[in-house]
Design a protein around this ligand. Structure first.
Ligand SMILES: C[S@@+](CC[C@H](N)C(=O)[O-])C[C@H]1O[C@@H](n2cnc3c(N)ncnc32)[C@H](O)[C@@H]1O
Length: 249
């Protein structure tokens, strides 16, 4: 593939995006570890896996680590529920190029999933359905009827990819969350948390997993985690504000 490969701390590879001038993963945490510890393990430790089907929003597909690591986790934990993963991504050429991506050993059993997605944009078997929706994630959220149990909020950073972190973006996201849904993200930025809270989400400190912390958010006020008092943060920092579409469009 044409993109520059970068080996990360745990030995797994990521790439650097020229357009966003940023890596797809934290090189310090490691691509696989970041996916597992910031998104997949926290989400699955908090949701009810006895449901018949779990619907997952992966924002955005990128190199596919979050989707593939979800399948890895499901296999490791012998999950019985059907997984329906939907992932918007506007870089179609990147997804097609993933047939050649050097995924770590743990993700090799899912090579057939990558090949199908790279060729057709979807994969389907009796346990999992994955759809990559080519186009803008904002447009997807405005048009889909789906409701999600889990959302992996894994855009590039708020500085480089602000339109996937604004108050208006979270307003659209919230409409597609089930009442006990879990949103995972690597960002612990106050403007991001404020955008979530201003749309009715509760924000929590993630479980300690050995990688740098982020945020867990949910429409539910009852997650068994330490909740974050954004009112207090606002009192301490009156100038703090959520990101707004009008400042970036
Ligand atoms: C940090 S990477 C995602 C990494 C991915 N979750 C993984 O596990 O490999 C961010 C991705 O968001 C995509 N992206 C950024 N803004 C987007 C938008 N508005 N709509 C769709 N995709 C977008 C980029 O092309 C990039 O692939």
């Amino acid at each position: 593939m044409a993109k520059q490969l970068i080996e990360t701390e745990d030995g797994s590879y990521t790439c650097r995006s020229e357009r966003f001038d940023e890596c797809y993963h934290s090189t310090r945490d490691g691509a696989l570890q970041e996916s597992l510890k910031k998104h997949i393990e926290p989400a699955f430790s908090l949701i009810d896996t006895s449901k018949k089907e779990l619907t997952i929003l992966d924002i955005c597909f990128g190199l596919g680590y979050n989707t593939l690591t979800t399948l890895y986790y499901a296999r490791q934990h012998d999950l019985r529920c059907k997984l329906r993963i939907v992932s918007p991504e506007f870089d179609e050429a990147l997804v097609h190029s993933l047939v050649d991506f050097p995924y770590p050993e743990a993700l090799q059993p899912f090579k057939r999933v990558v090949d199908a997605i790279a060729a057709h944009g979807y994969y389907d078997d009796e346990k999992v359905r994955v759809d990559v929706v080519f186009g803008d994630a904002r447009d997807f959220l405005k048009t889909t009827d789906l409701k999600f149990d889990i959302a992996y909020q894994d855009a590039f950073s708020p500085k480089k990819n602000p339109l996937l972190w604004t108050k208006e973006y979270f307003a659209d996201l919230v409409k597609h969350l089930k009442k006990d849904a879990v949103v995972t993200t690597y960002s612990s930025a106050t403007p991001v948390r404020m955008g979530m809270v201003e749309n009715g989400l509760y924000v929590y400190e993630p479980p300690k997993t050995g990688v740098r912390s982020g945020t867990i958010a949910s429409p539910s006020s009852k997650l068994p985690l330490d909740s974050i008092d954004m009112q207090l943060k606002k009192e301490r920092n009156p100038n703090a504000a959520s990101l707004r579409d009008k400042d970036f469009k």
